[in-house]
Design a binder for this molecule. Structure first.
Ligand code: KIV
Ligand code: ZN
Length: 511
């Protein structure tokens, strides 16, 4: 059996189905490029039939990505498949991913079809998709709760119809690792033409077993694993791809399988996804959590100092995590700044370096020493792919325990500064009300999260906000960093507002 495992990333489709997450086309392209850089084999960019916005985003990803296949999702009907193909056809390697549920519970309550009708629809969909491309994947939704005989019958039929990949989703995260491994082994034994297709698995994390189930399935013979960065996705999420990759890599002695991943890009990909989706990575999260390589107990620290492998089974540098060293300060020049960014793995244009360097200089005036994490935070903010309709010019706050908080905000719009002032329940509320007066948008602040990028009193404050448009109910994530947490709060809000404006201009462009 082939020892190559293909990685299929669905951060932009299943991941985007996480409650409250919504990515615009520019953000999807930015993440997709990073996934391609990381070596992901297949990037599922979206579900084009669901909205005009998703269609446009899938098309933009298909056109931008080089080196990875780009997949679009479609239910097992001709209209969905037409839309999926239309969106993805310009990709270097386009894939159509069509699915229908096969478990009795879904047939009875959701589809109201019998087994024969579902089998027929699956075969017709695969045949239809194959008229467009030979790269067709079929998913039997809720496969892990499907009668095995019937599932095997469906798989045999869709492979005969031309499916090159057959996906076995554990849609509701119900499977147990040993059982799921046997399930895959049984499929291999029972489906006579299985050698003509790759078996894929797609595990959800309802019982916290998505990664364990994916690895068990691979041990059973699956050769494509689907998942998302940071494990985001519907309900409890999907298998975290970075964990699957590091499981395969760290326990190569057991699996003897290879995946084509540049592991040094894992951490940066995780950060980017977290930043653009607003889904925080928990500190103790495996592989990419803030504490994943932090050693608190004296015995552990002593062990690691003597020999890293006493308490570390992975080398953080393999994941692209730099040691938190103090690197640059006020007197550091452009050359040193650029050099450090290259060492951190950034490949920025001259214009991006200029913007980031300017921001670095402003910060270095306020904060004596800037760490790698500080630099990463600046670069993430300054290299966003969205046009900034609004830029922060200045901010004045008057606040305290005995006065009404008041903010005066100046925003630059097309080179001119517009000023407004407002009172509020607190200084952040006052700032946001002043910005609302300028933008004339009616936005509801749904979430406000503040973190410190590093330790210390002069640490950068990192603010993430989630705003909801009162009219459409759509949500937007914004993020801002600064040594001043009120400035970071303003920057985060303005970032989200710029996304609202960008989306409006995109929609107007389509009319
Ligand atoms: O969870 C699931 O079953 C899915 C399919 C569409 C592959 O996301
Ligand atoms: Zn799923």
């Amino acid at each position: 059996m082939n020892n190559r495992v293909y990685l299929f990333d669905t951060t932009l489709r299943d991941g985007e189905q996480s409650p409250g997450v919504s990515l615009n086309a520019a953000e999807k392209v930015q993440i997709a490029r990073q996934l391609a850089k990381m070596g992901i084999d297949v990037i599922e960019a979206g579900f084009p039939v669901t909205s005009q916005g998703d269609f446009a985003a899938v098309q933009a990803v298909a056109r931008a990505v080089k080196g990875s296949a780009v997949a679009a999702l479609a239910r097992a009907n001709f209209n969905d498949i037409d839309k999926a193909w239309e969106a993805v056809k310009d990709a270097e390697q386009p894939r159509i991913h069509t699915f229908i549920a096969t478990s009795d519970i879904h047939l009875k309550y959701k589809l109201r079809k019998d087994r024969w009708q579902v089998l027929e629809a699956a075969v017709a969909a695969v045949k239809y998709a194959c008229r467009y491309t030979s790269d067709v994947e079929f998913s039997a939704e809720d496969a892990s709760r499907t009668d095995l005989d019937y599932l095997c019958q469906v798989l045999e039929a869709v492979i005969d119809a031309g499916a090159k990949v057959v996906n076995i989703p554990d849609t509701v995260g119900y499977a147990m690792p040993e059982e799921f491994k046997q399930f895959i082994e049984s499929i291999i034994q029972r489906v006579p033409n299985i050698d003509k297709a790759i078996i894929s698995v797609h595990c959800h994390d309802d019982l916290g077993l998505a990664v364990a189930n994916s690895l068990a399935a691979v041990a059973g013979g699956a050769r494509q694993v689907e998942g998302t960065i940071n494990g985001i996705g519907e309900r409890a999420g999907n298998a975290a791809l970075e964990e699957v990759v590091m499981g395969l890599y760290t326990r190569k002695d057991r699996y003897n399988l290879v995946a084509n991943i540049t592991t040094e890009e894992i951490y940066r990909t995780s950060r980017l996804v977290s930043s653009l989706t607003g889904m925080m990575v928990q500190a103790n999260k495996a592989v990419v959590g803030k504490n994943a390589f932090a050693h608190e107990s004296g015995i552990h620290q002593d062990g690691v100092l003597k020999e890293r492998t006493t308490y570390e089974i992975m080398n953080p540098t393999m994941l692209g995590i730099s040691k938190s060293s103090i690197v640059l300060g006020k007197h550091s020049g452009r050359h040193a700044f650029r050099q450090r960014l290259v060492e951190l793995g950034y490949n920025l244009s001259e214009e991006e370096i200029n913007k980031a360097f300017q921001r670095f200089k402003d910060l270095a005036d306020k904060k004596k020493e800037l760490t790698d994490q500080d630099l990463e935070a600046i670069v993430e903010e300054e290299t966003r792919q969205l046009p900034n309709t609004y830029d922060l010019s200045y901010l004045h706050i008057s606040s305290g325990t005995t006065i009404v908080p008041t903010a005066t905000v100046g925003l630059k719009i097309e080179g001119k500064t517009v000023e407004e002032a407002s009172c509020g329940d607190g200084p952040v509320d006052a700032i946001y009300k002043a910005i609302d007066k300028i933008t004339n948008l009616h936005l509801v602040l749904e979430e406000y999260i503040i973190n410190a990028v590093t330790g210390g009193r002069d640490a950068l404050g990192d603010v993430t906000v989630k705003l909801r448009r009162a009219d459409s109910g759509r949500t937007y994530i914004g993020r801002g960093v600064s040594t001043d947490i009120l400035e970071a709060s303003a920057r985060a809000y303005i970032n989200a507002v710029n996304k609202v404006v960008y989306e409006e201009s995109e929609l107007q462009g389509e009319d």
